[in-house]
Ligand binder design. Structure first.
Ligand code: GLV
Ligand code: GLV
Length: 355
């Protein structure tokens, strides 16, 4: 192989490996056993000759790593994720390194996990499972694990991009929920879907579903029975869910987060869960991953899973393939390799990436 490409982790499937090795690359997959590599570990991997790196969302890709990659002759980096808050894109570009991400292939898988968390929280599935396994079930009772009915309630989506829209559609189509959403951009296709589905239901003598684009995030928080967070994590969305915003949510609301942990002030969330036993959350991500804030693990009204939203076999293999295409695309030059998912730096703190 003419080019040296490093992957900081082994990834599912073999297609990504073949893509690289069939196309002039020597691939080196890090065999280090610890889960999260430090900057020093990655510096050692880059060494003094490296054309491209496939990295992970747990790694801190800033100027130190990108200038080392530049010195090693590198031009390409791909994150194995759609989110790239762990990557300083400006530092990369300053060092002549293109940054790729892996959108698209994880949209439905991630939305399905958010839907799973919604149902698990609304119907208290984990609590009930633990009760069962503990041998506590001694007969049917009218009040045993009573939860929330979704049908006819309102689902609130904050960030109606690809994932948020796919999630909204699942909840509307599957459970006939009404939609309220907040996004800087109009979710035109989603609105059209809800309108058409509402007309279909009406034509069949059923209650139609409705949609509303909220003028403020607060409107969503106040009106929705289920709220799912799908924003990009940046300075403007850090602690988007804070004590003031928790306070305006319905006491029996369900809050779901499969985006990034720091979008929620997790200490405030734990306090809110303690004070409001009927308020339920489903969390895939945490503020100090892999840790949970003190008290969260004890809350019966929280369902917690370890950042597995994109973890379906098809999606993880697809993400791995896209990382290989991203790196190859840059190393070998466009347009031979089509259109890798190159990320643009944020223009200013009020801008969101194009979708
Ligand atoms: C996973 O969290 C991703 O951003 O793809
Ligand atoms: C990511 O795929 C998004 O929601 O824009």
């Amino acid at each position: 192989g003419k080019y040296r490409v490093v992957s900081t982790k082994s990834m599912p499937g073999t297609r990504w490996i073949r893509l690289l090795t069939d196309n002039d690359c020597r691939l080196e997959i890090c065999t280090e056993q610890k889960t999260i590599l430090s900057v020093d570990d990655i510096l050692a991997l880059i060494g003094d000759r490296c054309d491209g790196v496939i990295g992970q969302l747990t790694e801190d890709w800033g100027d130190v790593l990108f200038s080392a990659l530049k010195r090693a002759g590198g031009t390409a980096f791909s994150n194995m994720a759609v989110g790239y808050n762990n990557v300083d894109v400006e530092a990369a570009n300053r060092n002549g390194i293109a940054v790729g991400n892996t959108p698209g292939v994880l949209t439905e898988t991630t939305a399905e996990l958010a839907a799973s968390l919604t149902l698990s929280a609304a119907r208290r599935i984990v609590e009930a499972d633990q009760f069962m396994r503990a041998g506590l079930y001694d007969g049917w009772l009218p009040h045993l694990f009573v939860g929330n009915l979704l049908k006819g309630q309102t689902v609130g989506v904050i960030g109606a991009g690809r994932i948020g829209s796919a999630y909204a559609r699942m909840m509307i189509e599957g459970f006939k929920m009404n939609l309220i959403y907040y996004d800087l951009y109009q979710a035109t296709r989603l609105e059209k879907f809800v309108t058409a589905y509402g007309q279909f239901l009406k034509a069949n003598g059923e209650e139609p579903v409705t949609w509303k684009r909220a003028a403020t995030m607060e409107d969503v928080l106040r009106e929705a029975d289920v709220i799912s967070l799908h924003p990009v994590l940046d300075k403007t969305t850090y602690h988007l869910i804070n004590p003031e915003r928790l306070a305006i949510m319905k006491k029996e609301a369900v809050l779901v987060n499969a985006s990034r942990g720091p979008v929620i002030d997790e200490v405030a969330l734990v306090e809110h869960l303690k004070a409001n036993p009927m308020f339920r959350v489903g969390l895939d991500v945490f503020e100090d991953e892999p840790y949970m804030k003190p008290g969260l693990a004890d809350m019966k009204n929280a369902v917690v899973v370890p950042h597995i939203a994109s973890a379906s076999k098809w999606t993880r293999e697809g993400m791995a393939t896209l990382t290989a295409l991203n790196v190859l695309g840059k190393i070998k030059g466009y347009p031979v390799w089509g259109n890798p998912n190159q990320v643009e730096p944020f223009l200013d703190e009020n801008s969101t990436p194009p979708r």
